[in-house]
Design a binder for this molecule. Structure first.
Ligand code: CMC
Length: 428
């Protein structure tokens, strides 16, 4: 037996194996603890709990490192494309030219939705949040494609994966088109993955639409940066739902709902709304930062802080630079960007943020780019979801390929009333 940890409870000692990951992370394996001792561990928020072993992504929060399958996020952002990164995450290695061509072709030819599917969007109120539409639409892919739902059949999984990656931009754009009352566009399979998404979002049947290469590249970069982030809230949700043997579409739909929350992916919408509110209320950056620190006020400096990164978020560094580049190339002068920079400078020098190790995260500058290219704020989180899709899929596949696969089922410490006799309503 390798290294172990000892746990002493009363006069009994339990020996617990220590396991080590490839990057030297160590964990005490407690998988037999309850059967041997009757004890469980309690870790609300799971800050100290490893839910699985995974080969998909590595984060070192102290050193600001993020790698997908061993490749640094900086290098992928510089050299790769979103579809190549998607392949890397989902298959586990970079594709050859032939593999990439075949993957791209398959994605390209699965972009269309069944005509009846359009009713799903039309049934929603115009102001329905696109994340509601996306999660409903992704779950609804299951009844439209019942031929490929078996999580244990690799061929069926592959078909579902390609359908989902290909159709997600179509679904997201239909949520948007419905909200503004414009006709749904058909995908244009001559375009790149991102080019097609921009076409679906911004083209109309009345006139030609040209994809701007600067915007296309910027969105591709943002999708790469969002593609995976190990066991975050939405990914853990996808894994947990998948562990019940729910199909891929049902599992990812649940992940979309988890991502929607303002403490997770919903923060990108909140950041832009926060910046706009600061501007329209005429607050100074300092006044808002003071408010975000106050325990009497529920507002936080959204886009700051992270459960894992305690030094800097490498994605935020890349996005901040891209933000300046893109706005410069597009000739956009953004007051919101100036305000974001001002708030960041104040917060990074403020003891409250320094002591709590709160730095800008991935959501802080991404919205400024989306805003500058004319994307409405309520679409930002749906764009995050398109980016996170390969990560969710990679983690869902890894779960099913694990020989130690088990349904996810945490325990609890019950703190409610002890056994109580039922009293009929007349006696209460
Ligand atoms: N502004 C002001 N105070 C903050 C912030 C913030 N953005 N973030 C954390 N704090 C304070 C918090 O009040 C607490 O203070 P105290 O110890 O005095 O009670 C302390 O810092 C620790 O916060 P926590 O909520 O216990 O930390 P956590 O690791 O559970 O939460 C977080 C991480 C990301 C949920 C949190 O930092 C936050 O709410 N940030 C704003 C929302 C946001 O930007 N979310 C996007 C995260 S990155 C992308 C993604 O996951 O989708």
């Amino acid at each position: 037996m390798g290294e172990t940890a000892e746990l002493r409870v009363g006069d009994k000692t339990y020996e617990l194996p220590i396991i080590e990951g490839t990057e030297g992370e160590r964990a005490i394996d407690i998988s037999n603890l309850r059967s041997e001792s009757g004890l469980i561990t309690l870790d609300p928020g799971y800050g100290n709990t490893g839910s699985c072993e995974s080969q998909v992504a590595f984060i070192d929060g102290e050193r600001g490192i993020l790698r997908y399958r061993g490749y640094s996020i900086e290098e992928l952002a510089e050299q790769s494309t979103f579809l190549e990164v998607a392949y890397l995450l989902m298959v586990g290695r970079l594709p050859t030219r032939e593999e990439m061509d075949s993957f791209t072709t398959s994605i390209r030819y699965h972009t269309m939705l069944h005509e009846d599917f359009k009713h799903l969007f039309s049934a929603l109120p115009k102001d329905a949040h696109p994340m509601a539409a996306c999660s409903a639409a992704v779950a609804s892919l299951a009844p439209f494609y019942p031929d490929s739902l078996d999580p244990r059949d690799p061929r069926e999984v592959e078909i579902s994966v390609h359908r989902l990656i290909a159709k997600m931009p179509t679904l997201a754009s239909y949520a948007f088109k419905h909200s503004i009352g414009q006709p749904f566009m058909f995908p244009d399979n001559r375009l790149s993955y991102v080019g097609n998404f921009l076409h679906l979002m911004f083209a109309t049947p009345c006139e030609d639409y040209e994809v701007d290469p600067v915007i296309e590249k910027a969105i591709d970069l943002l999708l790469i940066l969002h593609a995976d982030h190990e066991q975050n809230c939405s990914t853990s949700t996808v894994r947990l739902v998948g562990s019940s043997m729910a199909n891929l579409f049902a599992s990812v739909s649940a992940g979309i709902n988890a991502l929607w929350g303002p403490r997770h992916g919903g923060a990108n919408q909140d950041v832009i709304e926060m910046l706009k509110a600061i501007e329209s209320d005429g607050l100074s950056g300092r006044e808002f930062v003071e408010r975000a620190k106050s325990s009497d006020d529920t507002s936080r400096l959204t886009g700051f802080g992270h459960r894992v990164y305690k030094n800097f978020d490498p994605r935020a560094k890349i996005i901040k630079k891209a933000c300046f580049d893109v706005l410069d190339k597009l000739g956009v002068n953004s007051r919101l960007l100036e305000l974001a920079v001002e708030l960041e400078e104040i917060a990074l020098k403020d003891d409250y943020f320094v002591e709590r190790k709160l730095y800008p995260n991935v959501d802080y500058y991404s919205g400024v780019i989306y805003n500058a290219i004319g994307t409405p704020a309520n679409m930002f989180t749906a764009m995050f979801a398109i980016g996170r899709l390969p990560g969710w899929i990679a983690q869902w596949k890894e779960l099913h390929e694990d020989p130690a696969f088990k349904i996810g089922r945490p325990r609890q410490i019950y703190t409610g009333p002890n056994e109580t006799d039922y009293r009929p309503m007349s006696d209460r």
